[in-house]
Design a protein around this ligand. Structure first.
Ligand SMILES: *[C@@H]1O[C@H](CO)[C@@H](O)[C@H](O)[C@H]1NC(C)=O
Ligand SMILES: *[C@@H]1O[C@H](CO)[C@@H](O)[C@H](O)[C@H]1NC(C)=O
Length: 419
């Protein structure tokens, strides 16, 4: 009797542990091309108030990395494109990692270094030629500091590295980029890091609002499309874009690459010729996206993959060049108030210790569930206890898997030692 109760207890805790460790949460890009943003100390509670457990930076801002020490929030730090040529020198790569990563560990959980952003679509061969050597030298530096098990090395690509993306099964890389992409993917294989894509269905809509159906790009109910080759049904453009990347990877011989979304988002304001850039569309896009994330939905081609999505962006950035939309991707305005209703309060609520609003408490466990993201969704507690929805996670990201396994095994041992 007693042992049965114990076994039930153990399996319950196991289920809880696994679902906790595997829990999918939202990530957010913290861009800072602005002169009016709040100090990072005030951004910590804001990030927590929205239930985000992962942040991506476009640099390795010491102020931010210090402010988030012991917060439990995981970081991708970035090495700007302008530093890639320096990284050809192993000593400089070593110095960069020491100053910008090692110095903050373990208090600030830096788990990944993005080497360059959208390098291949700058069409600058000198820059592109520096990409792989830079990634390799940064990785070698991590190895020498014995940090390669906890910090991975990758780079983020624009979806424009694809020459063909529709239908998804016909996805193919730009021919002039194939050899470089192949080398980069080979690096991912060797080091166990994910392939990152910045994907903006908004650009497709803006370019051709007559042909592209708004509901299809906003994750609203719509008929969708069927891929004539795979017969898979797509009801949103983001998933179609991601599967086009999978097809492109398969076409160069890589069938099981872990593809993750390092940027996606929707602007709440734009120039007169930027159709669709409205607060209401931005709200629909981001709320529906977060709902999908909480439902742990993979794409039709890879239903069990974890997309690890990072929304772009935390704040509107007033100094970004380009069309007006570029300065209006933020979920929040610089004063910390939401750009449009998203279901959480903003910076003032975040700073206060008042916990009566039902926001998820900052547990520091790296697995806070975004409880208040989708206000209109009354039925979103999908498969919380279901292990099966996670068990097929693409093996390619073996590094994070090994880490999670360690945590699970450790917890089980601890549990048994207490019984
Ligand atoms: C880069 O080249 C591609 C194709 O060669 C072209 O379509 C694209 O507009 C170029 N991008 C930039 C930023 O010049
Ligand atoms: C929390 O907020 C509520 C409503 O805004 C207020 O009535 C209450 O006094 C606050 N509690 C604390 C501890 O500040």
């Amino acid at each position: 009797m007693d042992s049965i109760i114990h076994i039930n207890y153990v399996s319950l805790i196991l289920v809880f542990l696994i679902s906790t460790v595997m829990a999918t949460s939202i990530g957010i890009n913290y861009g800072q091309i602005a002169n009016n943003l709040p100090p990072p100390e005030k951004v910590v509670p804001l990030v927590k108030s929205m239930g985000a457990t992962r942040v991506k930076l476009y640099d390795a801002d010491p102020h931010v990395l210090k402010a988030f020490a012991n917060s439990g929030v995981e970081f991708i730090v970035s090495l700007g494109n302008e530093y890639l040529s320096d990284m050809k020198d192993p000593a400089k790569a070593q110095a960069w990692v020491k100053t910008n990563v090692q110095a903050y560990l373990p208090a600030t959980k830096i788990t990944c270094i993005a080497v360059g952003n959208e390098v291949l679509t700058f069409n600058d061969t000198a820059l592109s030629d520096n990409l792989l050597p830079a990634m390799e030298n940064v990785y070698a530096a991590l190895v020498s500091m014995n940090l390669d098990k906890q910090v991975s090395v990758t780079t983020a690509h624009s979806v424009a590295i694809l020459e063909t993306s529709y239908p998804p099964s016909s996805g193919a890389f730009r021919r002039d980029l194939v050899s470089c992409v192949t080398q980069v993917v080979d690096f991912h294989c060797k080091t166990g890091s994910p392939f990152l894509i910045n994907a903006y269905p908004y650009f497709a809509y803006k370019a051709d609002p007559k042909q592209v159906q708004l509901d299809f790009v906003l994750f609203q109910p719509n008929q969708g499309i069927v891929d004539p080759v795979t017969n898979l049904h797509y009801d949103n453009m983001l998933f179609a874009q991601i599967d086009a990347v999978h097809s492109a990877l398969a076409s160069i011989g890589y069938k099981n690459v872990c593809v993750q979304i390092s940027e996606t988002g929707w602007p709440s304001k734009g120039d007169a010729d930027e159709l669709g850039a409205t607060p209401d569309n931005a709200r629909k896009y981001n709320c529906n996206l977060i709902k999908l994330v909480s439902q742990k939905k993979g794409t039709p081609l890879k239903p069990n993959s974890n997309l690890n999505i990072y929304v772009f962006a935390l704040f509107n950035e007033n100094l970004k060049p380009g069309p007006m939309s570029e300065r209006n991707y933020g979920l929040f305005k610089p004063d910390g108030t939401p750009s449009y209703p998203l279901g959480f309060a903003g910076i003032n609520a975040g700073v206060s210790t008042n916990s009566s609003s039902g926001r998820s408490p900052a547990t520091g466990s790296g697995s806070t569930t975004p409880t208040s993201w989708s206000p209109q969704d009354g039925s979103s507690s999908p498969g919380y206890m279901s292990i099966t929805s996670n068990s097929g996670v693409v093996l390619f990201c073996w590094k994070s898997w090994i880490l999670q396994l360690h945590i699970i095994v450790g917890s089980i041992l601890l549990l048994f030692s207490q019984l």
